[in-house]
Design a protein around this ligand. Structure first.
Ligand code: 13P
Ligand code: SF4
Length: 330
C-alpha cells in the first residue's frame, strides 16, 4: 500500500495491477459498492470517456457535481475542475486519479499577482473563467465557462466595468462579441495557443467543404477563420446537427472520440499545430489513465481538499454562474 507521502510526490497511487484484470468491470463493481459517480471531461482518454457516468464541458460537469447524490465523485479531468466539484459538494469525497493533472491556464494566473492586479481596478467586477485555482475564484464576483461567458457579460448592465481573467483569448472573444471593454489578465492555454493559421488555411484549401470548429481559448487569428466558436459541448452539438460531413477541429484531441462516436459517417480532422507534433493533446488532462482511475476508486485517494474559508468564498461566484446559466437556459 502506498503512503500519502508517496502520493504527494507522484500525484497518484502506483500499485501493481494484474494485466488480466478487466478494469471496466472492476470499475463498474467498485462504483456500485461505493456509490460513486464518474464525471469526465471530453479531453480525457477514450477509455475513461467510455466508462464515465457523465461526459461534458466545464459547465455541464459543474452542474452534475452540484446535483449528484453519489457519496464519491471521481473527477476525470484536471485539478481546477475537481476543486470546483468539491466547492459545490463539500460534504462529498472528490477523487482525482492524478493529483498532478493541472492546467497551464490556471498556472498562468498566480493568486497573489491577481490580487495586486485587481487592486488597480477597485470599481470593476471580477469575472473569472473556471480554469483557475479555487483561491482565484474566492477573489471573484462571478465565475464563467466557455459556454456561458458571453451570456454572463451580456446579463450585466452596459456601464458595468469588468476585469476578465485568466484567459486573454476567451476574454478578447467575449469583448468582441459583447462590444464591452474588458480589462484582461494576460493568461493562455498551452494547447489552444499552438494552432497554426497557415496550416489551417492550407487544410481548408484541401477540404473546401469542411467547417472549422474552434474553442474560444484559441487565438483571434484562428477564431477569425472559424465557422463556429464554442465550448466542447457546443462544438460536439454543432457537428452533430450540421448536414456538413467534414470538420476541422481546433481544440484538444480528446473531443474527437465523442464526435466520431455520435457521427460515424462524418470526418473529423484535428487542426494542425505550429510545431511538428501531430497531436493536440493536453498533457495535464492525459495524466489520468484508466489504471489510475481504477486505483483511486479502489483506494479512496488521491482526494481533493479545499480549505473551508476558500470554499465559503469561492462557492458564491460559482453559484452565481449556475443561476445566470439557468436563467439563460444553459
Ligand atoms: P470546456 O469544456 O468548458 O469548453 O473547456 C475546455 C477546457 O479547456 C477545459 O480545460
Ligand atoms: Fe488547461 Fe488548456 Fe489543458 Fe484545458 S486544455 S486543462 S485549459 S492546459
Amino acid at each position: 500500500m502506498n503512503t500519502f507521502e508517496e502520493i504527494n510526490v507522484k500525484g497518484f497511487v502506483d500499485e501493481y495491477i494484474d494485466p488480466t484484470l478487466d478494469l471496466f468491470s472492476e470499475i463498474e463493481k467498485l462504483k456500485k459498492e461505493k456509490n460513486a459517480v464518474i464525471l469526465a471531461h471530453y479531453y480525457q482518454d477514450a477509455d475513461i470517456q467510455d466508462i464515465a457516468d457523465y461526459i461534458g464541458d466545464s459547465l455541464g460537469l459543474s452542474q452534475q457535481a452540484a446535483k449528484t447524490d453519489a457519496d464519491i465523485i471521481v473527477f476525470a479531468g484536471v485539478h481546477f475542475m475537481a476543486e470546483t466539484a468539491k466547492i459545490l459538494s463539500p460534504n462529498k469525497k472528490v477523487l482525482l486519479p492524478d493529483l498532478k493533472a493541472g492546467c497551464s491556464l490556471a498556472d498562468s494566473c498566480p493568486p497573489h499577482l491577481f490580487k495586486k492586479f485587481k487592486e488597480q481596478y477597485p470599481d470593476h467586477l471580477v469575472i473569472t473563467y473556471v480554469n483557475c485555482t479555487a483561491e482565484l475564484k474566492a477573489m471573484s464576483d462571478i465565475v464563467c465557462t466557455s459556454s456561458n461567458a458571453v451570456g454572463i457579460v451580456e446579463s450585466l448592465p452596459k456601464d458595468q466595468k469588468i476585469i476578465f481573467g485568466p484567459d486573454k483569448n476567451l476574454g478578447a472573444y467575449v469583448a468582441k462579441k459583447t462590444g464591452r471593454d474588458l480589462v484582461l489578465w494576460n493568461g493562455a492555454c498551452m494547447v489552444h495557443e499552438i494552432f497554426s493559421r497557415e496550416k489551417i488555411t492550407k487544410l481548408k484549401e484541401r477540404y473546401p467543404n469542411a467547417k472549422l470548429l474552434a474553442h474560444p481559448e484559441c487565438e483571434e487569428v484562428i477564431l477569425q477563420l472559424a465557422d463556429y466558436v464554442g465550448s466542447t459541448t457546443g462544438i460536439l452539438n454543432y457537428a452533430t446537427k450540421s448536414p456538413v460531413k467534414e470538420f476541422i477541429v481546433a481544440t484538444e484531441s480528446g473531443i474527437l472520440h465523442q464526435m466520431q462516436r455520435e457521427n460515424p459517417d462524418k470526418t473529423f480532422i484535428p487542426a494542425p499545430p505550429n510545431n511538428n507534433c501531430a497531436c493536440n493533446d493536453c498533457p495535464h488532462m492525459k495524466r489520468n489513465t484508466l489504471e489510475k482511475l481504477y486505483l483511486c476508486l479502489k483506494n479512496g485517494y488521491p482526494e481533493i481538499t479545499v480549505p473551508q474559508d476558500i470554499i465559503e468564498k469561492a462557492v458564491k461566484p460559482i453559484e452565481r454562474m449556475l443561476e445566470i446559466s439557468k436563467q439563460l437556459g444553459l
